[in-house]
Ligand binder design. Structure first.
Ligand code: VGL
Ligand code: ZN
Length: 243
């Protein structure tokens, strides 16, 4: 029986192999690499409207989500958009209460952040961003149209009672997995992801397809809540695009 002596070359190859394995294992992008959305998956594009990109409640770098969303959307057979769609004089507007934007107040369902007037029904501010390329999108969910109730989530209004109908729509269509992108990470995206989990959907938030408002560390708090609820945090590069 012969013992094979390890040559310096073999030593080197073994070492290089080890390095390669370690690099792959430690790269965060590898966590979700190769996710292929299927017929039970939907992309939910949250509030990519003029108001949040360049308008009344512009999210820093909000326009940067548009090319990312356009790039990944073809990987999804099912695409749904949401549109913040407030009445004039909406209860979430600071001006309605004679307050300053970003102060809070108590409404009948609890604490409400007060925002600049934004996304009023039928205005340019409320229109979907013109550069979105989602011709195959199947549904637009409008939300926040009850004058006295806000709705960050695509699924349920801020009174935590009134459904938007989205859960029923997705369930009737056999969709059980939702991938969420859009504005803003720490408000409408996070509330949508948390409600998705509560309603029994598997949920992924595509980090680089979202941007945040980040009011008093709301972004860190939102990521923590989403992690605790089992929301997967991925990047657009983790999604396999159609060849
Ligand atoms: C949103 C604040 C007020 C959002 C909507 O889309 O995140 N934020 N209305
Ligand atoms: Zn709003």
């Amino acid at each position: 029986m012969t013992l094979i002596q390890r040559s310096p070359l073999l030593e080197y190859l073994a070492f290089a192999g080890l390095c390669r394995t370690r690099i792959v294992q430690s790269a965060p992008a590898a966590a979700g690499a190769g996710i292929r959305p299927d017929a039970q998956s939907a992309l939910i594009v949250v509030d990519v409207q003029n108001g949040f990109v360049s308008g009344a409640l512009a999210v820093p770098d909000g326009e940067q989500v548009v090319p990312v969303i356009n790039r990944i959307a073809p990987a999804f057979a099912n695409v749904v958009l949401t549109q913040d769609w407030h009445t004039p004089g909406h209860a979430s507007f600071a001006s309605t209460h004679g307050s300053k934007p970003f102060e809070t107040t108590k409404l009948h369902y609890g604490e409400q952040v007060l925002w600049p007037d934004h996304c009023v029904q039928g205005t340019t501010d409320a229109e979907l961003h013109a550069d979105l390329r989602l011709p195959h999108a199947q549904l637009i969910v409008r939300k926040g149209f009850h004058e006295d109730v806000d709705s960050y989530s695509a699924f349920q209004e801020a009174d935590r009672k009134t459904p938007t109908g989205l859960a029923g729509y997705l369930k009737e269509r056999g969709i059980s997995k939702v991938f969420i992108a859009g504005l803003a990470t720490d408000f409408c995206v996070a509330w949508t992801a948390l409600d998705a989990r509560r309603l029994g959907f598997e949920a992924w938030v595509i980090e680089d397809a979202c941007r945040a408002i980040d009011l008093n560390d709301s972004l860190a708090a939102a990521w923590k809540q989403m992690a605790d609820a089992g929301v997967h945090r991925i990047r657009s590069a983790d999604i396999e695009l159609p060849g």
